[in-house]
Design a binder for this molecule. Structure first.
Ligand SMILES: [Cu+2]
Length: 214
């Protein structure tokens, strides 16, 4: 028993030493719904407890074939978003969300200036002309924020080891999820999380051409 305890404590010491020397790690997260199916469009934000970082980005949310592309985006606060219209028809993009209210009047081409999102929060984006058009922009406190792909996966290939708080969000989630702790101590680390969502929801799609389309 003594021997085992000794081996154990040596192992822990070695691990701690190893973790303190680790400069960068690769983190893969797999997100699934309550039926263990991969969950796309889930946002994961990692807030570092030791070394918070906020690097604004510039992204775009396009209007294409009468839908917003992508459906869900995630950016650190202070980032700017372009809303190019790739359709021939005109769109009128707006949000009434508390974290950012804006309106881009009817336009058929790229609007002149991007919109800046300074306040963390969830932005629900709509179009005044096409009621079914819907998109979400998750404005994060941290730069470490991303959206899961069709396989429910998110990858940070180069992340600083340390202690993080993990926030998980999805537009169809049944209830808000409490943040959980995540310690990155290994050079290659994976983790899996589950989020219960409304399974009847579907991504907004343009109605069939013909009746009522414009
Ligand atoms: Cu529209």
């Amino acid at each position: 028993m003594m021997k085992l305890a000794l081996i154990n404590s040596v192992l822990v010491m070695a691990m701690t030493l190893y973790a303190s020397q680790l400069k960068a790690a690769s983190l893969t997260l797999n997100i699934s719904n309550q039926q263990q199916q991969p969950l796309a469009d889930a946002v994961v934000e990692l807030r570092s407890l030791t070394n918070p970082e906020r690097k604004p980005q510039r992204i775009q949310v396009a209007q294409q074939q009468l839908t917003f592309v992508p459906f869900v985006s995630a950016i650190p606060a202070g980032s700017v978003v372009d809303f190019p219209n790739l359709d021939k028809t005109r769109h009128h993009v707006y949000s009434f969300s508390p974290a950012k209210q804006f309106e881009i009047q009817l336009y058929a081409d790229k609007p002149e200036a991007p919109i800046t999102f300074d306040t963390p929060g969830i932005i629900a984006v709509g179009c005044n002309i096409h009621d079914y058009m819907q998109a979400y922009i998750y404005v994060a406190e941290s730069s470490l924020v991303a959206v899961s792909d069709q396989t429910g996966q998110l990858i940070w290939p180069d992340i600083a080891p340390g202690s993080y708080q993990l926030f998980l969000w999805h537009p169809w989630q049944l209830e808000p999820r409490q943040p959980v702790a995540l310690d990155i101590v290994m050079p290659v680390q994976t983790a899996a999380y589950t989020l219960a969502v409304d399974l009847t929801q579907q991504k907004p799609q343009a109605p069939q051409r013909g009746f009522g389309s414009r």
